[in-house]
Every structure is written in C-alpha cells, then in structure tokens.
Unconditional design. Structure first.
Length: 173
C-alpha cells in the first residue's frame, strides 16, 4: 500500500507544480467590498468601522476551547444521528454537527444578540466578508486567531474563505 501512496503524492505534487496551484493576489492589489453600515446584514463583521476587532470575536477567542468542544460534540452527535440514512447521511450529519457546534459557540459568547451589539458592520455575503477582511486586516498579527473565531460562529465561512480570495484574484496580474 505504501508503494502506491508515495507515488500518488509525488504525482499530485508534480501536477500542481505543472498546472500551477491557485494563486491569491496580494491584499494591496485587491479592492475590498464596502460593508453594510449597521447589523442588518446576514453576517456580523469581525471588525468594527474604526478597525478594531469586534467584541464578539474577542470573546470567541477567549472561549475558543468551549467552541471547539461544542463543535466536536455537535459533529459526533450529528453524524451518529444520520448514520442510518443511506447515501446522504454523512453530508447531513456534518451539516447537523456544524449547526450544533455553532450553537455551542454562540451560547459560549452570549448569543446572536451579543454578536449584533458588539459590531457596527455586517455583510450579506461570505465572499464579501472574506475579501474585506483579507484586504484590510490580513497583516494583523492575530489574523489567524480572528479567522478561527469567525469560523466558530460561521462554520460555512471556513469553506468560503479561500475560494472567495481565489475568485477575486483571478483577474489580477
């Protein structure tokens, strides 16, 4: 088995080198979307209009361990509940786990009301939020921690983040 695995990894690396891995433009070469003033958007901004980390992100970073435990427990419970459903059980179990994990993270930081009260910007699109954060704040030394805190509250943001940056970078030389 190892003899097959090693060449497969080497072949994959060669293909990425030949075709070129997706590139992300420097933040300075991209234009950030304008956030919604206020909290009427679907997603609360991790940063406020004055450029500081929103209170919900700070609190989320403080209770990160609780959010991870909630996410793991939620994933496990969701997967167990959905094991009996043929074909789509794994997918639905993951979604149920994400929802339960998000609920645990929300509870740990004070709920949706706290999130909305601790920021003054929002977005209707995860792609817009990803690009806004990358362009304006990716040089922040705590950027990865801020991303992780955001992922705890918006699990779907984790899968949307990189594709959003790649799409925005596609037209940039």
């Amino acid at each position: 088995m190892k003899k097959i695995f090693v060449p497969a990894v080497a072949l994959s690396a060669l293909m990425l080198t030949a075709w070129g891995a997706p590139k992300i433009a420097a933040p300075t070469s991209l234009k950030a979307p304008t956030p919604i003033e206020g909290t009427t958007g679907k997603y609360a901004s991790p940063f406020t209009s004055d450029g500081v980390t929103a209170g919900w992100v700070t609190k989320s970073m403080q209770v990160k361990a609780a959010g991870q435990i909630g996410s793991m427990a939620g994933n496990y419970a969701g997967q167990k509940a959905m094991e009996q459903v043929p074909f789509v059980g794994g997918f639905l179990g993951k979604k149920a786990g994400e929802a339960l994990g998000r609920q645990a993270a929300l509870s740990a930081i004070g709920g949706e009301a706290f999130i909305r009260s601790s920021t003054d910007l929002s977005f209707n699109s995860l792609n817009d939020m990803a690009l806004f954060m990358y362009v304006n704040y990716s040089s922040n030394p705590d950027y990865q921690k801020i991303l992780d805190a955001t992922y705890a509250i918006y699990p779907e943001f984790q899968t949307a983040y990189l594709p959003a940056l790649q799409a925005a970078s596609a037209g940039v030389q």
